[in-house]
Design a protein around this ligand. Structure first.
Ligand code: SAH
Ligand code: F3S
Length: 481
């Protein structure tokens, strides 16, 4: 799910009735994956109860929080740059407090306070419920740190405050943490062990979103297919659960079905699927319910069996191909996207060619592609030398991106001349005369606004395309409104 959105997002103004007197202002910025953006909505909800309204205006803020990402070195450098800006603001406003949340907080812990002198507060992803106490600490003039990873925290009982929302699409977290230990990845260290959230609280959140007019939810987790609710606690402790808990446990296929049935008119998406954990049950459930979108984000990282093994991705290239074939036979028009890493340690030209040939086989609809960035503390950093020179990483990455662009175009061209159902999300970035929305396959569609409205499902005849966008004209409302 870690769709890197390298831009900041700020909160909207709240009006929470049962909160303390709202006298202070919170300015919150999020970096990195969708989970961080979703977590910021939980943080805003927790702080609303402490009397904080969110503001989009840094100048108005009493408290600045930065929800940070550690996935690649560049993501951390972006945050450090942003902290420089807050430092400058703090010079003229010494009462302003600055806090760091998320994965960098967890990775660097109290070292952050030494390295970035302006930081007052450091809070890891499992400690947001402690924010009221920590804020009190800093109000009393002390620095405050809580980076304790939890075995059961899922924030299932916190109703997120939707920040910067289009009122149409929303994220709903279903798991936290990850047990997969891919050797390049810092997430298991920063977000801890995998826990699933109570299915009933997920359904309640989805129902609440529907009642507020939302039309699409994305169920979020680092590895959604590994979702398993059996009464709480770590996934790894399932073996120790009672017979009763085992018999009534809910896996991801079941959860998907529950959500699809709870709101049959709502679009359901999910992210991310790890190939080794995705089951046929999930694909069959997707096929069975029309409101579950035909789109799977299925990161593979490399097409070389040797590199997959070094990465501790627990499947082979051949098993991945089989999964793709199964998806396509059960859901013929399913879109599939990838994450890819170029230049993992020891990657040879031969390994890279395997990646290109795997891509040629799948012809992904789109992808998120990165040069390998060594992360301190990961198994790869401890055991393997970061031995692929930067120029080679970059050249291979360019080849991967160019190939993907061609495949993206191949996929979008398949829609030209056809009618697709689009959920309108808002005005197109490029033209205020056009709506922007997505089809079931998650491809962006733009078309003239005419008399259609945000939040409506519309049938759009596709007339043209680029490698990532479909361009068309609405012909009618869809029956799904
Ligand atoms: N399972 C997660 C993956 C999180 S990281 C999910 O929900 O998406 C997102 C992507 O960042 C990974 O799939 C991988 O392609 C990339 N990535 C992770 N660690 C990286 C590293 N050290 N260097 C380069 N890319 C990395
Ligand atoms: Fe990272 Fe692998 Fe989990 S990429 S988030 S360790 S599935």
């Amino acid at each position: 799910m870690e769709k890197i959105i390298d831009e900041a997002i700020q909160g909207n103004t709240l009006s929470i009735e049962d909160s303390k007197q709202n006298t202070r202002k919170l300015y919150i910025e999020s970096y990195g994956c969708q989970m961080n953006f979703s977590d910021s909505e939980i943080v805003a909800a927790i702080l609303a109860k402490e009397g904080f309204n969110t503001t989009q205006n840094l100048e108005d803020a009493d408290l600045v929080l930065v929800n940070t990402c550690s996935i690649r070195e560049k993501a951390e450098l972006t945050v450090r740059k942003r902290l420089e800006k807050f430092n400058a603001v703090k010079k003229s406003r010494p009462n302003l407090k600055v806090g760091v949340l998320g994965c960098m907080a967890e990775r660097l812990k109290s070292k952050f306070l030494e390295e970035e002198k302006i930081v007052d507060l450091v809070v890891g992803p499992d400690a947001y419920k402690d924010l009221p106490n920590l804020i009190q600490e800093i109000d009393e003039g002390r620095n405050a740190v809580n980076v304790i990873l939890s075995k059961d925290e899922t924030y299932g009982d916190v109703a997120p405050v939707r920040l910067n929302s289009n009122g149409v699409t929303a994220f709903v977290s279903i798991t936290r943490g990850c047990d997969n230990m891919c050797t390049f990845c810092v997430v298991p260290f920063t977000r801890g062990r995998e826990r699933s959230r109570d299915a009933q609280s997920i359904i309640a959140e989805v129902n609440d979103l529907w009642s507020k007019g939302f039309k699409e939810v994305t169920l979020l987790g680092q590895n959604v297919d590994s979702y398993l609710w059996f009464g709480g606690g770590l996934k790894k402790d399932f073996d120790k659960a009672s017979e009763m808990q085992k018999a009534t446990s809910i896996n991801f296929a079941k959860l998907l079905e529950m959500v699809a049935k709870a709101q049959p008119k709502m679009r359901i998406r999910f992210s991310t699927s790890n190939p080794q954990d995705m089951t046929l049950d999930v694909i069959e459930t997707m096929a069975k319910y029309e409101n579950i979108c035909n789109y799977i984000h299925l990161p593979v990282q490399s097409g070389s069996n040797r590199i997959l093994k070094e990465m501790n991705r627990l499947h082979t290239r051949e098993e991945y191909f089989q999964l793709i074939k199964d998806i396509r036979s059960i859901i013929p028009d399913c879109a599939i996207s990838q994450d890819m890493i170029s230049g993992f340690p020891t990657e040879t030209e031969e390994d890279h060619k395997d990646t290109l040939s795997l891509m040629e086989f799948v012809k992904y609809d789109f992808g998120f592609m990165f040069a390998y960035s060594e992360r301190p503390g990961t198994l790869a950093a401890r055991k393997l030398k970061d031995d692929v020179p930067d120029e080679i990483k970059k050249r291979r990455l360019t080849e991967i991106i160019n190939l993907q662009r061609g495949h993206g175009l191949y996929r979008t061209q398949q829609h030209v001349g056809k009618v697709v159902e689009v959920l309108i999300e808002g005005t197109s970035k490029k033209s205020d005369q056009h709506w922007m929305g997505r089809n079931s396959q998650n491809t962006v569609v733009v078309f003239p606004k005419e008399y259609y409205k945000v939040g409506e499902f519309v049938n759009v005849k596709i007339e043209d395309c680029t490698s990532a966008t479909l361009i068309g004209k609405a012909i009618a409302h869809s029956k799904n409104n």
